[in-house]
Design a protein around this ligand. Structure first.
Ligand SMILES: Nc1ncnc2c1ncn2[C@@H]1O[C@H](COP(=O)(O)OP(=O)(O)OP(=O)(O)O)[C@@H](O)[C@H]1O
Length: 340
C-alpha cells in the first residue's frame, strides 16, 4: 500500500542569517531545507534506500518513522554528507550536503559515536564551539540544553540520557538552520524527552527546519508538522498525523463481558457482522473488536450479549503504523487471531 499526502509545513520565517530576508517572499522563494530525489543506497546485496524523494520546507518539522532497518539512518547520513548515494541526489538549502555542513547550516544528533570519553562535558562543548566558530553561542546552548550541572563530568561517566543531552547541546551550537536528529531521545526518560523537545522548539520556533528519526510514534505525533513513514527503503506514507491516521481502516469497539466464556462465544455472537470484522481480542472479561461497522457491533453486543461498558475509539497511530508496515496488527496488542 503506497499513500502520499500533501504535507502540512509549519509557519515560514526566513532563516536567521539570510542576508536580506524579504518579508513578502513565500516559501517558494527559498530553496527547500532538504530536497532529496531518487535516492538509492545499497550495501552489498542490501538495498537500504530504494528511491526516496523527500522535501523539507524551511521551518518545517518532519518525523521519519519506520521499523528497524527501514533506511532512516542511511538517508539521514546522506543528507548530512557522511555518505554518498549510489543514485539520486540530496541538496540542503540548495547546496550539497558537504557545503551545507561546512557552512554550519546543519546540526546533527547521530545515534552513536562522536563523543570523546576522556573529555568532560564542558571541554566537549567548548572544543566543538571553537571548531564551529560558535563560542558566543555557548551560554545560550547551556541554558537551553540544561546541561550546566554536569559540565565537569567526564563523558565516560555520563548516563545514556546525559549523553543525548550533550549531543543536543552540540547540535544546537551555532544555531543551524536545519537540525537532523537520528533517534535523539533514545534512552531518555519521559521528563528528559519533554525538556529535550522544549529546547528544540525554543530554538526552532518556526524558523528552523528539523528532520528527526524516531521509534516513538507519540513523539512524532506531538512534535512534527509532518510524518514520513519509510519501509524497505521506500516512503510508503507522508502527511499530517491526521492524514496518516486516516489511512487506517476500521474502528475499535471495546466492552466488558462478565463471565466471558471464550473467543468462540464472541465469534458466534458477532456472526452477523463477520464481514466487517478485522480482528478480535479477548483478555479475561475485556473484549476488543476492530471493525468497519462499529454501530452494528455495538448494537449486537449490547442487545444480544451480557457485554456492557461499551467504548468506541478511533484507531491509534500504532495500529495504522503496524498496518502500513505489514506487521500483524492485533487489536489492542493481544495475540488473538483475527476473527475472519
Ligand atoms: N554500513 C553498512 N553496511 C552494511 N549494511 C548497512 C550499513 N548501514 C546500514 N546497513 C543496512 O541497511 C539497512 C538500512 O539500515 P538503516 O540503519 O538505514 O535503518 P534504520 O531505519 O535507521 O534502522 P533502525 O531503526 O534500526 O536504526 C539495514 O538492513 C542495515 O543493516
Amino acid at each position: 500500500m503506497t499513500q502520499h499526502m500533501p504535507g502540512g509545513p509549519g509557519a515560514l520565517k526566513p532563516p536567521g542569517h539570510s542576508p536580506t530576508p524579504d518579508p513578502r517572499a513565500g516559501r517558494s522563494a527559498q530553496p527547500p531545507a532538504v530536497e532529496v530525489t531518487g535516492l538509492v543506497k545499497t550495501f552489498g546485496t542490501v538495498r537500504a534506500v530504494d528511491g526516496i524523494d523527500l522535501r523539507v520546507a524551511p521551518g518545517e518539522v518532519v518525523a521519519f518513522l519506520g521499523p528497524n532497518g527501514a533506511g532512516k539512518s542511511t538517508t539521514l547520513d546522506i543528507i548530512l554528507g557522511f555518505s554518498a548515494p549510489d543514485a539520486g541526489a540530496a541538496r540542503v538549502f540548495g547546496l550539497s550536503p558537504d557545503q551545507a555542513a561546512r557552512g554550519l547550516r546543519t546540526g546533527a544528533i547521530l545515534q552513536e559515536g562522536g563523543l570523546l570519553p576522556d573529555y568532560t562535558v564542558g571541554q566537549t562543548i567548548r572544543s566543538v564551539a571553537a571548531m564551529r566558530g560558535a563560542r558566543h553561542d555557548v551560554p545560550a546552548v547551556l541554558e537551553l540544553s540544561g546541561i550546566s550541572p554536569i559540565l565537569g563530568r567526564k563523558v565516560a561517566k555520563c548516563s545514556g540520557g546525559e549523553r543525548q543531552r550533550l549531543r543536543l547541546a552540540l547540535a544546537l551550537l551555532g544555531n543551524p538552520d536545519l537540525m537532523v536528529l537520528d533517534e535523539p531521545t533514545a534512552g531518555m526518560d519521559v521528563t528528559a524527552r519533554r525538556s529535550f523537545w522544549a529546547a528544540i522548539r525554543e530554538r526552532a520556533a518556526g524558523s528552523k527546519s528539523v528532520l528527526f528519526a524516531t521509534h516513538y510514534l507519540q513523539e512524532a505525533a506531538d512534535f512534527a508538522d509532518r510524518i514520513v513513514i519509510i519501509h524497505h527503503g521506500r516512503i510508503i506514507a507522508s502527511g499530517s498525523v491526521d492524514d496518516v491516521r486516516a489511512l487506517g481502516e476500521g474502528t475499535i469497539v471495546t466492552a466488558t463481558w462478565p463471565g466471558m466464556p471464550g473467543a468462540a462465544a464472541l465469534d458466534e455472537a458477532l456472526a452477523e457482522a463477520r464481514a466487517s470484522l478485522q480482528g478480535v481480542a479477548v483478555r479475561g472479561e475485556h473484549i476488543e473488536v476492530r471493525t468497519t461497522a462499529p454501530d452494528d457491533v455495538a448494537r449486537i453486543l449490547l442487545t444480544r450479549t451480557p457485554a456492557h461498558h461499551l467504548g468506541i475509539t478511533a484507531l491509534s497511530l500504532d495500529d495504522v503504523f503496524a498496518d502500513l508496515v505489514e506487521e500483524p496488527a492485533p487489536v489492542g496488542g493481544s495475540a488473538a487471531p483475527p476473527a475472519r
